[in-house]
Design a protein around this ligand. Structure first.
Ligand code: UGA
Length: 443
């Protein structure tokens, strides 16, 4: 198995970082995409998105010939021993997962396997509803290849748990590796690929592996919405929600992480995955009051931030508001489901003029959002002469803004902190009027 070659169908965060991790562990990998320019750029070591650490590793691995890009799925599978399906499964209008790319790639794998004599393992890594691997991927591969699972090819489901902004760290240091296997032989191949990883490895049914991913993301999203609900209770009592959650999270049965209250969760995963599993449950007549509440809380939380702005400065008509951070979290240019959108929409509706700054995500935001926003190249430019600052995404350079900067640049030094970025007591002691999610705003 020493010289196993890997095809990765999909060049998003999961596909590309998996390709980097596999090739760094000695397995030559080919990543595919349907966009020619992305494949051309990959050959030059240019990644299709901003993610810390990816560009350096990509250049290194492309230069030594361990990682390459292609637009041809069939060829990539043909030249490999193991294929990982890493295509996107975005939300359809009813909230369910769009599996059209899954079908397309399963068909391509089948076409490639038809001409191959050697044993090949097909691995689903995309986030897919339970049953997808065995009820869609398996029959498509069998149909187009004329081959039989277990005998001619193996089948696994291996969910990915990396976070954007930390993708390189997470793919080299996962907490666990879940291997859903159709038979032992295919699971053994995956176990071999991950042989250098010392974390726990769980071997289970394919459907269990599929659902582990949805359950994990739903529970993480639940923790965040739980902290956000408490943030609103805390504000009424003038209690700091971060103190409360610190006291809660230190219980060994819980965990302090993902209890950071803020203006809600965004990104391409939590909103999409919670909606998908909720829709799936509805279709099979299972009630999901917890998941419904998780999503509802996430809708009201950014609007609650606007209420705090209103409490801080009164009417928003004609006010100039500097919005700091447009990405759904720091260290990414991804704006999918960013809470900046409902916040800015509501501020504009109430008559505010928006100046927005983000270190990387302004271009994406501008391209996808049709709102009257003035985009600034620096946070100084955003703050200069504005009536107040709203923090939506706590990039390091935004975290590093000092009280004296707010005082020097803003008309009045008012900060409304949607991510609890700053030491509130310090800013207040230095003369900034500080308001925050889950903070003692009335004290
Ligand atoms: C999430 C999961 O954390 C990963 O384990 C999973 O692999 C990934 O989805 C996926 O399914 O592909 P990601 O969405 O990239 O990762 O980023 P997170 O760090 O989880 O942040 C998601 C959102 O939650 C962000 O908007 C962040 O600001 C928010 N968040 C996070 C909070 O509001 N509070 C917290 O305590 C943590």
């Amino acid at each position: 198995m020493d010289k196993l070659k890997i095809a990765i169908l999909g060049m998003g965060y999961v596909g590309l970082t998996s390709g980097i991790a596999f090739s760094k562990h000695g397995f030559k990998s080919i990543c595919t995409t349907t966009t020619r320019s992305k494949a051309v750029n990959l050959a030059k070591g240019i990644p299709p998105f901003y993610e810390p650490g990816v560009e350096e590793l990509l250049k290194e691995l492309v230069n030594v010939g361990m990682l390459s890009g292609s637009v041809n799925n069939v060829e990539a599978v043909d030249q490999s021993d193991v294929t990982f399906i890493c295509v996107g499964t975005p939300s359809l209008p009813d909230g369910s997962a769009d599996l059209s790319s899954i079908r397309d790639t399963a068909r391509d794998i089948g076409i490639a396997l038809k001409e191959k004599d050697s044993y090949h393992v097909v691995v689903a890594k995309s986030t897919i509803p339970p049953g997808t691997t065995e009820e869609i991927i398996l029959p498509f591969v069998e149909k187009y290849s004329g081959k039989q699972v277990d005998r001619d090819f193996g089948l696994c489901m291996n969910p990915e748990f990396l976070r954007q902004g930390e993708a390189v760290h997470d793919s080299f240091n996962p907490d666990r590796i879940v291997i859903g296997q159709h038979d032992k032989r295919s699971g053994d191949v995956l176990e071999y690929i991950y042989r250098d990883y010392t974390c726990s490895k769980i071997r289970c049914d394919i459907k269990a592996a599929e659902l582990i991913k949805y359950a994990a993301n739903s529970l993480l999203a639940t923790k965040i919405s739980f902290a956000n609900e408490f943030s609103r209770i805390c504000e009424k009592f003038n209690i700091d929600v971060y103190e409360v959650m610190r006291g809660v999270g230190l219980d060994f049965r819980l965990n302090p992480r993902f209890l950071d209250a803020g203006c809600g969760f965004g990104g391409s995963c939590f909103p999409k995955d919670v909606s998908a599993i909720k829709t799936l449950a509805k279709n099979i007549e299972v009630e999901t009051p917890i998941l419904d509440a998780v999503l509802y809380t996430n809708e009201i939380q950014p609007l609650h931030l606007v209420e705090i702005v209103r409490d801080a400065v009164g009417s928003l008509k004609g006010k100039i508001i500097a919005v700091l951070g447009l990405s759904f979290k720091p260290n990414t240019d991804d704006i999918r489901a960013t809470r900046a959108l409902p916040i800015i929409k509501k501020l504009v509706e109430e008559g505010a003029k928006i100046r927005a700054y983000d270190p990387k995500a302004a271009t994406n935001f501008k391209r996808l959002v049709d709102l009257p926003v003035e985009y600034c190249d620096t946070w100084e430019e955003g703050l200069r002469g504005a009536d107040l600052a709203v923090v939506q995404s706590d990039w390091k350079e935004i975290r590093d803004i000092k009280a004296e900067d707010f005082k020097r640049l803003l008309k009045n030094p008012v900060v409304v902190d949607g991510r609890r970025t700053y030491d509130a007591n310090l800013l207040k002691a230095q003369g900034v009027r500080y308001y925050g999610i889950g903070w003692k705003n009335k004290a």
